[in-house]
Structure formats: structure tokens, C-alpha cells
Design a protein around this ligand. Sequence first.
Ligand code: IPE
Ligand code: IPE
Ligand code: MG
Length: 250
Amino acid sequence: MTTGIENQALDLKVPNHVAIIMDGNGRWAQMQGKKRVFGHKNGVESVRSTVTAARKMGVKALTLFAFSSENWLRPEEEVSVLMELFMLVLNREVKRLHKNDIRFRVIGDVSRFSNKLQEKIKAAESLTEHNQGMVLSIAANYGGRWDITHAAKQLAAQVKQGEISVDDITEDSLNRLTSLYDMPDLDLMIRTGGDHRVSNFLLWQVAYAEFYFTDVLWPDFNEAEFTKAIDTFTQRERRFGKTGEQVKQQ
Ligand code: IPE
Ligand code: IPE
Ligand code: MG
């Protein structure tokens, strides 16, 4: 039998895997009469403080939505500034990540990025691949539907080549071919910027994640805001389909 105190300790567990839809950069800049890209530039500091905070708290995996497969639809100038910013941040921050024992990786279809950017990504991934402190995944040209379709295609090819049969297709076998297959299950999905939607982010992985929405615009997000999200998470009762009574008895 468990006591209330034990339950509380269990509930206060830090999430293993947190994902963030970093939204609101454009509005943050426009509210100050500045161009949207000013907001993107200022969002970098929020990324830095969130990564530091997550690492400090003992989060194992942090997945950040930086550029969606639909964001190519934005004005060309904004897209190219975002790409430049991505390069700049990679150049500037990777050493710091490495020093802090953080493994860096990019998820999404990177084939649409310039060769130079793809090389930078590969170099950053291999430099940090043995780090154990935390995994930082940046979702770039990522779409949840792309992720699932990409996995389904690979399964179809395996069936066609006779490597597996249709009956071998299970949730597990499909899961293993999705982007974050080797990360812990997603515990918490945060969205800044006031909108309450998923915008084609981790559609498969979000199955039993807790959602946390805040009106704070991404450039104003920081360690204190991240801590608020984690505190809220620790107070949620996750039932995974069971009853509240069953969960309390565990
Ligand atoms: C999120 O901020 C960053 C990206 C999508 C790249 P937005 O640029 O979407 O900012 P808002 O939502 O227009 O304020
Ligand atoms: C989601 O934000 C994508 C990222 C944060 C990178 P958007 O601003 O693109 O989402 P919508 O268009 O408002 O749904
Ligand atoms: Mg937005």
C-alpha cells in the first residue's frame, strides 16, 4: 500500500521528455513596431535559457519546434533570415552544448536545406553524439504527418522486399521508424504564444503527453516560465486510460 507522501513524490517527478512549440516571435516584434525577424533573433536567447533550465532540472530529452514543413509558405525574406539564423546559432552554440554534455540532433526532412547547412548539422550531431546529459532535438522542416508517412513508406518497402509480412506491422514497428524512436515517451508539450493547436508537430508522439499552453510570447519565455510549466505538469494526474483510483493505488 502506498501513502499520500509517496504518491506526492511520484507526482513531483520531472518529465523525461519535453517538447516546445516556440511560437509568438513575429507578434512580439510587431508589438514593438519592429519587423518579424527581430522576434526570431530575440527568440534565440529564450532557446538558450530553456535548454539550460531543462538540463539543470534533469530533463532527459528536449525537442524544440524551430521550423515547420509549412513555414516555407512564409515570405521568402523571412525564410532566408530564419535559415541564416539557424547557421549562426549552430556555429555559435554547439561548443557550449558539447561542454554541457548535451547531445544535439535535428529531426525533419533536412534534404531541402542548403548543403552547407546540412554539413553543419551533421558536424554538430557527430561532435555531440556520445553526450549523455540531455538530448536536444531541433525540429526543422518537420511535420508530424511527414514523420508518420516516412515511417509507413519504409514499412511498405520492407513488405515489398519480403523482409517482413503485413502482420509484422505493429505500433512498435512503426514507432521504431519515427523521428524520436529512441527518446523516452513524450511527457509534456508546451506551446507559447497563446494559440491552442498542434500545428502538425509531434502527432504520433503526443498520444499521452500533457499539454501546457501559455500566452507568453516565445522571446519572453525563460527559466521562470519553463519552471511554471514543469510545476503544472507535476500536479497533473496521468491516467493512461485507467481510473483515478487505479492510478492512486499504483
Ligand atoms: C514562431 O514564431 C517561430 C517560427 C514559426 C519560425 P512566429 O514567427 O510564428 O510568430 P507569430 O506566431 O507570427 O507571432
Ligand atoms: C508552429 O508555429 C511552428 C513553429 C513554432 C516552428 P506556426 O506559427 O507556424 O503555427 P500556425 O501557423 O500558427 O499554426
Ligand atoms: Mg506563429
